[in-house]
Design a protein around this ligand. Structure first.
Ligand SMILES: [Zn+2]
Length: 160
């Protein structure tokens, strides 16, 4: 089975294995911070293909996300992940409700990834590309300097 993996799944502790054919985008890999997580994923790179979606597919996802009202909640990375799934007819592994919502509308199958032992809560914050200020919520533009904000995940580890 072809499965596209998004940032939220990796942040919840998902690691690719031989059970499926896993795909992700370069932008997802860039979002993964923390040396340990990065090296664990790199060790399993034989199970993970990195692919970029076509501009046509990206546009299609953006149009759908505007229609569903999820566009403000989606980062460029999220849009690329959905576009890739649509392009290669894969399903998505994601814990992001906005992504799931757009997938439902586009008839893309999705599953959420839940780690059994450790649950990582993901909080999304928004960082300004200009002045670097970090916000808890998304603004159309930075209230401080007017540049675009970029969504990034902050992981909080909750041990059960
Ligand atoms: Zn700013």
């Amino acid at each position: 089975m072809k499965i596209v993996v998004d940032s939220s799944s990796f942040f919840s502790g998902f690691l690719p294995d031989a059970n499926n054919e896993y795909f992700t985008t370069e932008s997802v890999i860039e979002e993964i911070r923390g040396k340990r997580m990065k090296s664990e994923i790199e060790m399993r790179s034989t199970f993970l293909h990195i692919m970029e979606p076509n501009p046509d597919n990206i546009l299609m996802v953006k149009n759908m996300a505007k229609k569903t009202g999820d566009i403000e909640q989606l980062s460029e990375t999220d849009v690329e992940v959905i576009a890739l799934a649509s392009q290669i007819s894969a399903s998505i592994l994601t814990n992001d409700l906005a992504i799931q919502n757009v997938c439902r509308e586009m008839k893309i199958d999705y599953e959420s990834y839940k780690s059994k032992k450790i649950k990582n809560e993901i909080i999304w914050k928004y960082k300004c590309g200009g002045c670097g200020k970090v916000y808890d919520k998304n603004y159309k533009e930075c209230p401080h300097c007017g540049n675009n904000l970029k969504k990034f995940p902050v992981k909080i580890k909750v041990i059960r």
